[in-house]
Ligand binder design. Structure first.
Ligand code: DGY
Length: 315
């Protein structure tokens, strides 16, 4: 009988995927271990692979307890909870699932754009509360068609958002660290993009390189009529500056899937009327979560078969 390879599971996948993994591998499951340090100490050295998610920490102490680690198969697009520097130094490969969640995340950006532009959350409350009966017609909103969307980061998600918005008659422009060969105009910097846009959608990856890229200046350049949409990471936006601008009318509206802290929220944010809030759930559909878990399984299978990884990330 051949022994099954040992895999350290730092973040549980969908039950169907866990059952599949259980069949092919000997799993060491972090979430099920009463003593997590003992789990790593006892089984870490046997594991050449880790299954996890970018929100679950993978720090130096943990990497030290996994001395034979060769692959981290991650079921998310982002991975800012990992010590990427050490992984790169030690030649540990990383795979993610951007390819599987692209469409749902782009759909979420469009959903937030439309919901904020047409006042969906306030309109829903207007009907439920009886205000429609008491006060008559809901205030007029603004059309999406003909409006200007600035996209911060033209990667695969930014591009998918651009195609969707363009099909709805929205004018697109973008900023990317290095300009792309794209059909849309490139702005020299994020502030200029904000000045020339009605809505700004943030799609760049999180991490130290993009921290507070959406600064107070950018927020003010978007202005009192402007809408800020964030579907990337809370760290990319200066949240205190955003809240102050929303409160004082220097920014019109923010539609957010991601926050500086999650899931706890600052009362000063959630008490604002001019925000539309989603609980970091852009990839939260059955189809996409299944596809993400499948990609993790397929990357592991490729690794153990000595084949090229399907979605390797360049570290
Ligand atoms: C991702 O995949 O990075 C999304 O933010 C969900 O975690």
């Amino acid at each position: 009988m051949t022994t099954k390879p040992d895999v350290m599971v730092l973040y549980e996948q969908r039950p169907k995927a866990m059952a599949q993994l259980e069949q092919a591998y000997t799993l060491h499951r972090w979430d099920k271990a009463a003593d997590k340090a003992a789990l790593l100490a006892e089984h870490g050295a046997k594991c050449r692979t880790v299954v996890t998610n970018g929100h679950a920490p993978l720090n130096k102490a943990m990497l030290d307890a996994l001395p034979n680690l060769k692959l981290v198969a991650c079921s998310s697009a982002g991975f800012e909870a990992f010590d990427i520097g050490i992984m790169a130094e030690r030649g540990i490969a990383l795979t993610n699932t951007s390819a599987a969640l692209l469409d749902d995340v782009a759909d979420t950006a469009i959903m937030l754009l439309l919901a904020a532009r047409r006042g969906l959350v306030a309109a829903d409350a207007y009907v439920r509360s009886g205000d429609w009966v008491k006060h008559g017609m809901f205030p007029l909103q603004r059309s999406l068609k003909g409006s200007r969307l600035g996209i911060v980061g033209l990667g695969s998600i930014g591009t998918a958002i651009a195609h969707r918005a363009q099909a709805m008659g929205v004018q697109i422009s973008y900023w990317n660290r290095s300009p792309k060969k794209a059909e849309w105009p490139h702005s020299p910097d994020v502030k200029t993009l904000a000045e020339q846009s009605d809505h700004l959608v943030v799609t760049v990856a999180g991490g130290p390189g993009t921290r507070a890229l959406i600064s107070r200046e950018v927020i003010e350049a978007l202005g009192p009529e402007g809408l800020l949409i964030n579907i990337s990471r809370g760290s990319v936006v200066d949240q205190d500056a955003m809240i102050a601008a929303l409160r004082d009318g220097r920014l019109g509206h923010a539609a957010l899937d991601v926050y500086a802290q999650e899931p706890t929220q600052e009362p000063s944010l959630v008490s604002l009327p001019n925000v539309t809030l989603y609980p970091h759930h852009a990839s939260g559909t059955v189809e996409t979560r299944d596809a993400m878990a499948q990609l993790v399984i397929d990357n592991l299978a490729a690794f153990y078969a000595g084949k090229p990884l399907l979605t390797a990330v360049k570290l």
